[in-house]
Design a binder for this molecule. Structure first.
Ligand code: MLT
Length: 404
């Protein structure tokens, strides 16, 4: 009899957003007359900008002609995309990152789930709590997290770093030294962030202890405050302790297009082994490269027109964030985030649990959000709303919440 990977059996329930989708589908079926507004999963709603669409059309035409057709993409990404990323996202910000340190992929979710593969199963991971579920779940699948305590909603072999209103959503350095530290700033789910000086402390800590930081910067386009780093490589010494993961989903609306990249600096070495070489080996073996058409679309994100159009798109979503933030505050809610991120994190009223509030909001306002406890134990009593809806839906949702 074949044996399955038992670690999968340890995972509680289904993936958070699948659970929510099922609940919402059941509600919609039972209440066909109700118009549900979805501010749950962080999925974008605005169309691709014209510069991106034009680039995709051009690339499709190239694929239709034998003279310009492209087969397999280079597994680490096309030169044209890697060089523009290295220049605009890093060198122009004073970060010494070279194009051959960029690994193009089909998105930040896959990379953040896969990156743990290059590390030993014996190490312990540290995560902020609440946290994007992929970091923990992918480590559970690999057998790195120990046993699940359903009551506490914690894993025995994971270091949790609570981020709550009590500590201003700023994680403290862990007492026990982890092997891998997952950080995501601006943060999903809390929508809060830390300053560049605070991030520098994490870089210094990782270099001191030998830990590796997996830095998820998927929301960097939403940063509005000057003292927040757009990349961890703005911090001195990050190239010897950090891997950075980026997405085109939130800054360019590519959730359905799929494109992202991971930066593994050549200077990042552990136990005498280059993590850059390991990730290149892994990528080359398991991945055949993001499609040519999509990489051309990604290149257009960095064009003059693309940048201007996307600046407007990000501003559009941030206007929604302001509507949510101000609307909730006016209705007496305690609200966080929404200044450097498209997520608003609110304290549930009274002593309501996150899921009780989810059910209540769905039933009475027909608005979908994400229960904070789905992101970890310290998310209990909190709730996330996304600014990625349309302006009309966002306004309507807030009017309904205010009327409760
Ligand atoms: C979220 O809602 O947290 C995000 O959409 C998840 C993701 O980007 O995969």
């Amino acid at each position: 009899m074949v044996q399955v990977n038992d670690n999968y059996q340890k995972l509680p329930g289904s993936y958070l957003f699948s659970t929510i989708a099922k609940k919402v589908a059941a509600f919609a079926e039972a209440n066909p007359d109700k118009e549900v507004i979805r501010l749950g999963i962080g999925d974008v709603t605005q169309p691709l900008v014209p510069a991106v669409v034009a680039a995709m059309h051009r690339a499709v035409d190239e694929m239709a002609d034998a003279a310009t057709f492209h087969g397999y993409a280079p597994d680490l990404g096309y030169e044209f995309l890697r060089s523009v990323i290295a220049k605009q996202d890093y060198q122009d910000r004073g970060c010494d990152i070279q194009k051959d340190e960029i690994f193009v992929s089909d998105g930040a979710k896959s990379d953040s789930g896969n990156i743990q593969e290059i590390f030993s199963n014996d190490l312990k991971i540290a995560v902020t709590d609440p946290v994007y579920p992929v970091y923990v779940d992918s480590n559970v699948m690999a057998g790195r997290c120990g046993e699940y305590n359903a009551k506490e909603q914690t894993w025995s072999n994971v270091i949790y770093m609570p981020c709550t209103r009590e500590n201003g959503f700023v994680p403290e350095l862990p007492k026990e030294t982890p092997g891998i530290i997952y950080l995501c700033f601006p943060n999903n789910p809390t929508g809060t962030t830390i300053t560049k000086a605070q991030l520098q402390e994490w870089v210094d800590y990782a270099n001191w202890t030998g830990a590796v930081i997996i830095y998820d910067a998927a929301y960097e386009a939403y940063i509005t405050e000057p003292d927040v780093a757009h990349s961890i490589y703005e911090c001195a010494g990050a190239d010897t302790c950090a891997i950075e993961i980026r997405s085109f989903s939130k800054n360019a609306g590519f959730t359905g297009v799929r494109l992202g990249f991971t930066v593994v600096p050549k200077a990042l070495v552990r136990g005498g082994v280059s993590l850059h070489a390991m990730w290149a080996r892994r990528h080359g073996t398991k991945y055949n490269g993001a499609p040519y058409i999509i990489q051309r679309a990604g290149e257009a994100v960095y064009s003059k027109e693309g940048r201007a159009q996307l600046k407007e798109q990000v501003a559009f979503y941030m206007k929604n964030a302001a509507v949510i933030k101000e609307g909730l505050s006016a209705a007496g809610y305690e609200v966080y985030g929404g200044v450097n991120a498209p997520y608003i994190w609110l304290k549930t009223p009274g002593n309501m649990s996150s899921w009780e509030f989810f059910d209540d909001l769905l039933a009475r306002a027909n608005v979908v959000g994400t229960p904070g406890s789905g992101f970890g134990p310290s998310g209990e009593g909190y709730f996330r709303l996304t600014a990625f809806g349309s302006y009309e839906n966002t306004k309507a949702a807030l009017a309904r919440i205010q009327a409760l």
